[in-house]
Design a protein around this ligand. Structure first.
Ligand SMILES: [Zn+2]
Length: 328
C-alpha cells in the first residue's frame, strides 16, 4: 500500500524532531509505560472473590515498585449476581493510584463486526468505569483495541476513530509486548490442577522470554526511529503477572527502563508518526510505523515463544495449530 507523500513528509519531520531530542538522553536509559488489558481479570474469573485475589496481588506488586499503570476494562466481566463486588475491583485500581481505560464491553474485533455495532459495544463498555472516574473528577481518556485489530478498511477505521475523538478518547498504542497471554492460560491451568512445579516452570519460561524480547523491541525501535521511543508495554491482568511483578520489575531495571505513566510516554513525538495501516493483522505500532517509513523490523532475530507453551496454550483453546491465535 503506497504511503501518501504528505504522510512521509510528516513522518520525516517527526524523525528530525526526535533526532534533536536524542542528544539529551543517556544511551542506555529508556522509559516504558505499563498497560494491563482485560480487566478485572485475564482468563477465567469465577467470582468477584476470585478476581479480588488477583487484583490485590497485582496492585500490591505495582505499588511495591512505585509503578503507575493503566488498566483496560472489559465491562462484560462485571456481569453476574456479584456485580457490585466486581465493580469494586475497578475501584481498587483507582484507589491504588492507577488509571482505567476502555477495552470495549465484550472484547470485540473491529475486523469482524460492523463499525456501528462496534461503536455501540465500546460505548456500552464505558458505563461503570466512566462513572467511577467521574466520581473522582476524572474521565475515561484511553481506548485499547482488542487483538490490536483496527479494521479492514480505512473508512471503518476513520469512522471509529472519529467517534473516539468526539468522545474524548485517544487510542492507546502498543510498542512493546511479551506474548504474556500465551503463558497466562497454561499457568492458570497448572495452578487450577494444583501443579505448582509446572506453574513455576511456566513462570520461569515467561520471565526468560520477557528478558529476551524486551531488548529486541528496544533495538527494533532504535533501528527504526534513530532513537528509542518511550515504549508502551502490553500486558494482561493475569494471575501470572500478579505473581511476577517483582521479577518483571527486575527485568526492566536490568534494562535501565524506567516506568512512567501512559500520559508521559505518549508525549514522545514518535506517537505523532502517522499510522494508516488497515488490514487483518492485529499488529503493534512499531510495525505500523515501519510501514509508514518504508522500513522493516529485524524479524529474523525476534525471540519466539517456546513451542511447548504454544502447544499447551492451544490445547487449552482447543486449537490444533499452535500459531492459530494472533494477539489477545
Ligand atoms: Zn484484550
Amino acid at each position: 500500500m503506497p504511503v501518501p507523500p504528505g504522510l512521509l513528509r510528516k513522518a520525516t519531520r517527526v524523525l528530525a524532531t526526535m533526532a534533536l531530542g536524542a542528544a539529551a538522553v543517556p544511551a542506555a536509559a529508556g522509559t516504558v509505560a505499563l498497560t494491563f488489558d482485560d480487566l478485572p481479570v485475564f482468563g477465567k474469573m469465577t467470582s468477584a472473590a476470585d478476581g479480588a485475589v488477583v487484583t490485590a496481588a497485582l496492585l500490591a506488586g505495582l505499588k511495591r515498585q512505585h509503578y503507575i499503570a493503566t488498566g483496560f476494562v472489559n465491562e462484560v466481566q462485571l456481569a453476574g449476581p456479584d456485580r457490585a463486588a466486581r465493580i469494586r475491583l475497578l475501584l481498587c485500581w483507582l484507589d491504588a493510584g492507577m488509571d482505567l481505560g476502555n477495552h470495549s464491553y465484550s472484547h470485540l474485533s473491529l475486523n469482524s463486526v460492523p463499525v456501528d455495532a462496534y461503536i455501540a459495544d465500546v460505548a456500552h463498555g464505558a458505563q461503570e468505569t466512566a462513572a467511577l472516574l467521574a466520581a473522582r473528577g476524572r474521565r475515561e481518556r484511553w481506548y485499547r483495541y482488542p487483538y490490536l485489530e483496527t479494521g479492514l478498511t480505512l473508512a471503518t477505521r476513520q469512522r471509529f476513530e472519529g467517534w473516539l475523538a468526539t468522545h474524548g478518547y485517544r487510542v492507546a498504542p502498543v510498542t512493546m509486548e511479551n506474548s504474556d497471554w500465551r503463558f497466562a492460560a497454561p499457568y492458570d491451568d497448572a495452578i487450577a490442577r494444583g501443579d505448582q512445579a509446572e506453574a513455576r516452570r511456566i513462570q520461569q519460561a515467561y520471565l526468560a522470554f520477557t528478558a529476551r524480547i524486551v531488548p529486541w523491541y528496544r533495538k527494533a525501535g532504535k533501528d527504526l526511529l534513530g532513537r528509542e521511543p518511550a515504549f508502551v508495554f502490553l500486558l494482561h491482568a493475569s494471575r501470572l503477572n500478579a505473581a511476577s511483578i517483582d521479577q518483571l520489575a527486575g527485568i526492566l531495571r536490568a534494562q535501565h527502563l524506567r516506568v512512567v505513566p501512559l500520559d508521559t510516554a505518549m508525549r514522545d513525538p514518535a506517537y505523532a508518526i502517522p499510522d494508516s495501516y488497515v488490514g487483518p493483522n492485529g499488529t503493534g505500532w512499531l510495525d505500523r510505523w515501519a510501514l509508514t517509513l518504508h522500513k522493516a523490523l529485524p524479524y529474523a532475530s525476534v525471540p519466539t515463544v517456546p513451542h511447548a507453551i504454544l502447544t499447551y496454550d492451544s490445547r487449552l483453546e482447543g486449537a490444533t495449530d499452535p500459531r492459530a491465535k494472533a494477539t489477545s
